[in-house]
Design a binder for this molecule. Structure first.
Ligand SMILES: CC(C)(COP(=O)(O)OP(=O)(O)OC[C@H]1O[C@@H](n2cnc3c(N)ncnc32)[C@H](O)[C@@H]1OP(=O)(O)O)[C@@H](O)C(=O)NCCC(=O)NCCS
Length: 321
């Protein structure tokens, strides 16, 4: 079905950010049958911190002046993903998501992003069919894992046994570390670049970037969202993205990174949530062995239908929600 002619798609305005968050909670809460839908995701915020970030574009669907849906489009260098995509339940099945997705494809084209993905509900024929219409194809599941670090997480994680926090470095070394993180992700997948995500977490103080080093080389990093108004909220350290340097020794570097994340989360009194695509088989197994347990799972869909960085040799944590 085509949306009513009065429905238009544009950029989300500042004074609509809060309502977009409410619609997101209501839409997911309704779809998932949560008793009080607007309480879905508690104090976590997936809209406001992203709206403030320069590597993110938030699209809005409006009927007249009324906001009725939104989609968050994120750029990680040569790779893009979108979501949460949400529409007010009273407008479901009237073509609003399709309009938001047309706008999303235009954003990817404008950015020159030729490889993109999303996370969705594998059991929903509607969701899979909707995204297939736009050229996406389902592949492996992505497990959303949780883990509560022990009281005193074991194993030294970095210099002096402590993970290094990007925010604590002096400016010059911070810039060097950001460049090193870009080199690391580029080795995993050409053009993959988390610089926007890293700068936004530091600027907005919505979390921290945890680094592990060996002999002056960045062996891994994790972008951890935590704190009031962040994607993790106050009680959760949400690992939005983490990666270990690829090549020989990558499994050990990944283990070291998991320990570093434990130490950081523990210092914040938070449990950890981290998603991993099951194509990254050894990474998943290592997370299980480390104590992570899958809390839920979705499916990764990509356009074009390629592996990208969902590969057995990739030691990457992310989920594209
Ligand atoms: C998922 C959601 C965004 C869809 O929004 P919507 O505005 O209802 O979707 P639309 O009306 O634009 O899309 C309908 C399309 O879905 C697809 N679809 C629906 N049912 C389908 C089915 N049984 N099989 C295959 N495709 C189906 C079709 O492509 C259909 O378009 P068509 O009829 O022209 O072929 C909305 O239901 C929502 O907010 N849900 C809760 C939050 C959520 O799940 N978000 C997405 C997370 S990944």
């Amino acid at each position: 079905m085509a949306a009513k002619p009065s429905v238009k798609v544009g950029s989300l305005k500042q004074n609509e950010v809060e309502e977009a968050g409410r619609i997101m909670r209501l839409a997911f809460g309704t779809f998932l049958g949560v008793p009080n839908p607007v309480e879905f995701m508690g104090d976590r915020n997936f809209i406001a911190p992203r709206w403030r970030s320069s590597h993110v574009k938030v699209l809005a669907a409006r009927e007249g002046d009324r906001l009725i849906g939104s989609n968050v489009v994120t750029r990680w260098g040569s790779f893009g993903f979108f979501g949460p995509l949400t529409v007010l339940p009273e407008f479901w099945d009237s073509g609003v998501a399709k309009m938001l997705l047309e706008g999303t494809m235009t954003v990817f084209d404008r950015w020159g992003v030729r490889h993109s993905g999303l996370f969705t509900f594998p059991h929903s024929a509607k969701h899979i069919g909707l995204y297939q219409k736009f050229g996406y194809w389902p592949a492996y599941l992505t497990a959303i894992m949780t883990h509560t670090p022990e009281a005193r997480p074991a194993e030294p994680a970095g210099q002096n046994g402590q993970p290094q926090l990007l925010s604590s470095l002096p400016k010059g070394r911070r810039e060097q570390a950001i460049t090193a993180c870009g080199r690391l992700t580029g080795q995993i997948n050409r053009g993959l670049q988390l610089e926007g995500e890293i700068r936004s977490v530091l600027k907005n103080r919505t979390g921290e970037v945890v680094l592990v080093h060996a002999r002056g080389t960045v062996d891994g990093f994790a972008i951890c969202m935590n704190g009031a108004g962040s994607e993790g909220g106050e009680k959760l350290c949400y690992i939005k993205f983490a990666a270990a340097r690829p090549g020989a020794g990558a499994p050990d570097r990944f283990d070291k990174l998991l320990h570093a994340c434990d130490r950081f989360a523990h210092s914040r009194g938070a449990a950890i949530e981290a998603g991993v695509n099951l194509a990254r088989e050894d990474a998943f197994r290592r997370m299980r062995a480390h104590g992570y347990r899958a809390a839920m799972q979705g499916v990764a869909m990509q356009r074009p239908h390629i592996a990208g960085f969902n590969r057995a040799d990739a030691y990457v944590i992310d989920d594209w929600r």
